[in-house]
Design a protein around this ligand. Sequence first.
Ligand code: ZN
Length: 161
Amino acid sequence: MPLYEYECIQCRNNVEDTLKQLRKGITKKKVSDAVKKHDNINHIGVFDLTSESVLAEHGKRDKEGTDLDFFMNEGTILVLFNLQKNFRFSELIYEEEDEKKIKCPFCNTKKVEKVVSSFAFTSDLSTDMPKPDLSNLPPSVRNRTFIGDYIEEKDRPKKNR
Ligand SMILES: [Zn+2]
């Protein structure tokens, strides 16, 4: 039986819009505004991996939530999102009719997109991802990586090579 992956457009946009804003410049206000504005985002942490400092942080992490990490500035900045539910989710589809019933597990909208991808979200590619030093964060954060923002070897920070 086929297992397909879907993304909630709205929930994904909340994350993408936040990243877009942060790429133009990181401010504490942008981070706190994003957490307040977007229901699906529990917490955002922005870390400078070169100086190992927290640039901005807002909200409260939920251990039951989903952590997604994104890298910016050639891998020197880590943006860590804690979401109530991942905007990407899997569904088993037995027949065509099933697809019409698919809803976002967080906001229940039916505006979802099928993810066209050659590998599964949980693929083991993540084991080769650079692991920034986040020893103060729970293992779930450290072990989870987001393939959508995979960093090329050359773009990784030197200390992670
Ligand atoms: Zn949603």
